[in-house]
Write a protein that binds this ligand. Structure first.
Ligand code: NAD
Ligand code: MG
Length: 399
């Protein structure tokens, strides 16, 4: 029987890549529900093609318009709205697999809802784990959910782990499995070689133009500041039950190696491929089997030389802030994530400079690093407080 898939954030970059893979395997997967924020036109097309039982959007007016258009096109898809609807669909009895691909903190509650129903959760929404790592992983354990990483680096690390611990990597002892280090690779983004004196003048259009990956706007800016690697550092800490000392960030500009695992006997296992998110998506959808993804096969005679460098903290201050926050704990990472979402949005809106993103993040971490946030209520309250703080700080930046 085909597995019923819910895609949270189906109109985004990961959502569309997921539907692309699913469309190649109609005998394996059926789309049970699709959700989006506000991109109604795209969601309409997806509903007509994939015929889900449900679709959900953020607000009532959009839902009404979408429902009318679907009906007019002869579709039976039922449209729901609101954050609760996302969570209900993710946790629905008929749901087998949830692709968590909403961007930002908005993804936390529906993703956690799926975990609490013991679903198979394919996690792209790294911000959920950055905000609530401990609580999230405890819920995975308690409700015996299956958690599979979609982020290409974490999916690569997962693939390089011994099979015996893959299914429970979030609670395994890496050292006992012979693992010495997790090597988290990153391209260094579009400004790896830009003179630091030019950083103040970087525009949103330049920042979202990633050299190797095609992604949503927020994660593209995060890649340019390397906050994305910082969020991934925190994500890795929880997904692989390790400490900050077990993870090393390596800049690999070609984005062909997607991350590596270094073993105590000297072996290093790496996962390679062309940079296309359909590979980790296909891997996780079919795990432990392998299915086609339509990703162009890697041709070693075409790839450029592989190079590796250490990240320069002066160029990427956000990376260091995230590593510091990881060492502080859940309160610090929740606050940093919230501040970063506000700062990135303000940068995309042209309100602040590129370099102000790190400035605002540093202020929020300075203010909230000592806060503890253990319960979901604490986490959500701290998230809001850090957003308010950062919005106020925005006004005090000199232009
Ligand atoms: P995107 O901006 O392209 O898409 C985001 C999706 O979330 C859209 O469907 C949008 O409608 C929906 N959404 C936005 N705000 C919402 C809200 N408040 N409530 C409900 N839905 C909302 O983003 P993306 O690049 O697909 O990234 C999605 C997630 O996957 C992010 O957490 C990102 O860090 C992670 N990720 C993405 C990539 C990539 O290659 N794009 C790689 C690794 C991880
Ligand atoms: Mg990644």
């Amino acid at each position: 029987m085909s597995r019923q898939v819910v895609i949270l954030g189906s109109t985004g970059s990961i959502g569309c890549s997921t539907l692309d893979v699913i469309s190649q395997h109609p005998e394996r997967f059926a789309v049970f529900a699709l959700t989006a924020g506000r991109q109604i036109d795209k969601l309409l097309q997806q509903c007509l093609q994939f015929k889900p039982q449900y679709a959900a959007v953020l607000d009532a007016m959009d839902a009404k318009a979408l429902q009318q258009q679907l009906k007019a096109a002869g579709s039976n898809t039922q449209v729901l709205y609101g954050a609760q609807a996302f969570a209900d669909l993710a946790a629905h009895t008929n749901t087998d697999i949830v692709m968590a691909a909403i961007v930002g903190a908005a993804g936390l509650l529906p993703t956690l809802g799926a975990v609490k129903q013991g679903k198979t959760v394919l996690l792209a929404n790294k911000e959920a784990l950055v905000m609530s790592g401990e609580l999230f992983i405890n819920a995975v354990k308690q409700h015996q959910a299956t958690l599979l990483p979609i982020d290409s680096e974490h999916n690569a690390i997962f693939q390089c782990l011994p099979a015996a611990i893959q299914g429970s990597c979030y609670q395994s002892n890496l050292a006992a499995a012979g693992i010495a280090k997790i090597l988290l690779t990153g391209s260094g983004g579009p400004f790896r070689q830009t003179p630091l004196t030019d950083f103040d003048a970087i525009t949103p259009a330049q920042a979202v133009a990633h050299p190797n990956w095609s992604m949503g706007r927020k994660i593209s800016v995060d890649s340019a500041t390397m906050m994305n690697k910082g969020l991934e550092f925190i994500e890795a800490r929880w997904l692989f039950n390790c400490s900050a000392d077990d993870i090393q960030v390596v800049i690999h500009p070609q984005s062909i190696i997607h991350s590596m695992v270094q073993y105590s006997d000297g072996s290093v296992l790496a996962q390679l491929g062309n940079p296309d998110m359909r590979t980790p998506i296909a891997h996780a959808l079919a795990f432990p089997e392998r299915i086609a993804s339509n990703v162009k096969p890697l041709n070693f005679f075409e790839v450029a030389d592989f190079t590796f460098t250490q990240p320069d903290p002066a160029r990427y201050p956000c990376l260091q802030l995230a590593i510091d926050a990881c060492r502080h704990g859940q309160g610090a990472t929740t606050a940093l994530n919230a501040a970063n979402e506000i700062a990135v949005e303000a940068f995309l809106q042209g309100q602040i400079r590129f370099t102000d993103i790190a400035r605002l993040n540093a202020r929020a971490l300075g203010r909230f690093a000592g806060n503890s946030a253990l319960s979901l209520e604490d986490i959500l309250a701290l998230d809001q407080e850090a957003r308010r703080f950062t919005s106020t700080e925005l006004g005090s930046l000199s232009s």
